[in-house]
Design a binder for this molecule. Structure first.
Ligand code: GDP
Ligand code: MG
Length: 176
């Protein structure tokens, strides 16, 4: 089977760990400081259900409730990872605003999407419970993953889930 190309964008408030997750996924290490203004695309080959994929990972510079999205965010992006930090209520509120804008701009209600709660290693600073994340994702009919880019927990799972979502929405996944 030929390799499938899929483009996945990470979006979310600043400092939630979008770049750390991207680097952990693509290069298998944790970067402690990464230029927050850089927007970069990375590539990684993965296999999902026996199919080889080349994932183009777009690490955006981050959004807030006032951001105006360039059209490039909704053109040829197959799926979105909406990332918040479990230590930040503001970042949790921001993913809701981002999703609304994506729905508006794309003109569809069926966007492949994974809600990602990062920084689970920061137990003492947690303000968003697992249940809150789960509930929001269920409201959206999206997938949900909690993870730690720092400890490399849940990172692979995020990308398996987004491929699952993409295949489901694009109608290529007979099992779901
Ligand atoms: P971005 O602005 O969303 O791209 O966020 P970065 O990836 O630049 O991360 C912002 C800060 O959070 C940096 O200091 C990272 O080292 C830190 N960070 C990212 N992910 C984690 C994590 O899973 N756990 C902890 N403790 N810190 C993290
Ligand atoms: Mg970044």
């Amino acid at each position: 089977m030929p390799v499938k190309n899929r483009k996945v964008a990470l979006m979310g408030f600043r400092a939630v760990g979008k770049s750390s997750l991207t680097i952990q996924f693509v290069e298998n290490h944790f970067v402690d400081s990464y230029d927050p203004t850089i927007e970069n695309t990375f590539q990684k080959s993965v296999s999902y259900k026996g199919q080889d994929y080349l994932i183009n990972v777009v690490d955006t510079a981050g959004q807030d409730e006032y951001s105006i999205f360039p059209r490039s965010y909704t053109v040829d992006v197959d799926g979105y990872l909406l990332v918040y930090s479990v230590t930040s209520m503001k970042s949790f509120d921001t993913v809701k605003v981002i999703r609304d804008k994506l729905l508006d701009q794309s003109g569809t209600t069926n966007i492949p999407l994974v809600l990602v709660g990062n920084k689970t290693d920061l137990h003492m600073q947690r303000v968003i419970s697992t249940e809150m994340g789960k509930k929001l994702a269920a409201d959206w009919k999206a997938s949900f993953v909690e993870c730690s880019a720092k400890q490399n927990e849940g990172v692979e799972e995020i990308f398996q889930k987004i491929l699952q979502q993409v295949e489901q929405v694009q109608g290529n996944d007979p099992e779901s």
